[in-house]
Design a binder for this molecule. Structure first.
Ligand code: PGA
Ligand code: ZN
Length: 424
């Protein structure tokens, strides 16, 4: 039975307000959770409810969403035993009555949904990953560290949003994260030597002004070598250009550098060329959410050479994923719980992807908090790779630290995913 439920406005890593929910059960078990917030959001994401009152937080307040937890959601669940996670989340969806959580706000529903998962895990005296994933939840992911930030996540000249390093050739998560951090620090040194800025962007990656997007790759490859690793053998690359942000009247505009534009086919040619020249194992959002045709072509051309992850085009949404599977779009999906708004719908989307032979790649948002839910989630579903920022900033390292604790707790049962987590 739920004996207490409440919410307050707290802050995310950009200093914007977000929703924290807390929920208690009759036996005293408690769960608390905070919803993250994106910047380069997909157009079909569940609604993040903001107050729009210009006198508070520039319109970004979340008092309405907080109020929905305290009144509507509390009214529906307080004093009741809603049953398992699926039954609880079903109740939230029924209460909302819209397909995109626009009534209650996905920032309200997700915080409550995760809080319930934590409270029930505590009541079962189980770690969250085991509560959600069962006894098979023993696979630790390869961390993909976003070491150079551009696009909408930084005020620099780099068009593409994320340049990530993938330390896959390790025996354990702990070893993998050490390798990643060593490359991150080698990159800092390299940037200093080149007289480039070592200030960081929203996700903790460096955000220097560079003369091209390719220079970011070249610097990272040099950093991998200077840290003592072989590019492609021990540490590879992954990119999220967040190409929806570049979409401009049916073409791709390099909006922060040259202002030049490319057709969809020319973008595919660019990725083909980069795959030949650089050790890239994963491309996320290499094309826009508006460009379904281009995506299908890209998947046909490059899908057997690299993991192609749909973020904006799928929005962790089962209906959009269904269309993608039908039309041969991508071979993997990004999993961001706040794009859909409950734990159960997130897990259902993962099941659907797995059944179709698609990979799953768990992700934070650019606006994060100290909440570590996605660390438990990635172990629960065993999909073997996660992106949760660069090698610094507390809201990013909180997830790494949670994964280090999980690995330690699992002891000899823990398995590190390694390179096989990346499709093909
Ligand atoms: P966002 O960025 O959280 O700002 O959407 C992350 C991503 O695009 O993957
Ligand atoms: Zn993305």
């Amino acid at each position: 039975k739920i004996t207490h439920i409440d919410a307050i406005e707290v802050l995310d890593s950009r200093g914007n307000p977000t929703v924290e929910a807390v929920l208690r059960l009759e036996d005293g078990s408690e769960g608390r959770a905070i919803t993250p917030s994106g910047a380069s959001t997909g157009m079909h994401e569940a609604v993040e409810l903001r107050d729009g009152d210009p006198h508070r937080y520039g319109g970004k307040g979340v008092q309405k969403a907080v109020g929905h937890v305290r009144r509507e959601i509390s009214g529906a669940v307080l004093g009741k035993d809603p049953g398992d996670q699926r039954a609880f989340d079903h109740l939230l969806c029924e209460l909302d009555e819209t397909p995109n959580k626009s009534q209650l706000g996905a920032n309200a529903t997700l915080a409550v949904s995760i809080a319930y998962a934590r409270a029930t895990a505590a009541s079962r005296k189980m770690p969250l990953y085991q509560h959600l994933g069962g006894d098979d939840a023993v696979i630790l992911p390869v961390p993909c560290l976003n070491v150079i930030n551009g696009g909408r996540h930084a005020d620099n000249t780099v068009d593409f949003q994320e340049f990530k390093i993938v330390p896959h050739d390790a025996e354990s998560f702990a070893e993998s994260i050490r390798m990643g951090e060593e490359v991150f620090h080698a990159l800092r040194k390299l940037l200093q030597e080149h007289g480039l800025s070592t200030g960081v962007g929203d996700e903790g990656g460096f955000a220097p002004n560079l003369h091209s997007n390719e220079q970011a790759i070249e610097l990272i490859v040099a950093a991998i070598k200077s840290a003592g690793y072989q590019p492609g053998e021990q540490v590879s690359l992954a990119l999220d250009p967040a190409a929806s942000e570049m979409w401009h009247h049916g073409r791709y505009r390099f909006f922060k550098s040259t202002q030049s534009e490319r057709e969809s086919a020319a973008m595919i040619a660019l990725w083909d060329d980069w795959l030949q020249r650089y050790p890239i194992v994963l491309l996320e959002d290499p094309l826009s959410e508006h460009d379904w045709e281009g995506w299908a072509q890209l998947t046909q051309d490059l899908g057997d050479r690299v993991e192609l992850v749909g973020d904006d085009i799928f929005c962790t949404n089962p209906e959009l994923l269904k269309r993608g599977i039908r039309e041969g779009v991508a071979n993997s999906i990004l999993i961001k719980p706040n794009q859909i708004g409950t734990v159960t719908e997130t897990l259902d989307c993962v099941q659907q992807a797995k059944a179709a032979g698609y990979g799953c790649y768990v992700s934070h948002r650019s606006g994060e908090t100290e909440d570590t839910f996605i660390a438990d989630l990635v172990v629960a579903i065993g999909c073997g790779h996660i992106k949760t920022g660069s090698g610094c900033r507390g809201e990013r390292t909180a997830k790494f630290n949670r994964l280090l604790r999980i690995e330690h707790e699992l002891g000899p049962r823990a398995r590190f995913a390694g390179r096989s987590a990346f499709m093909r």
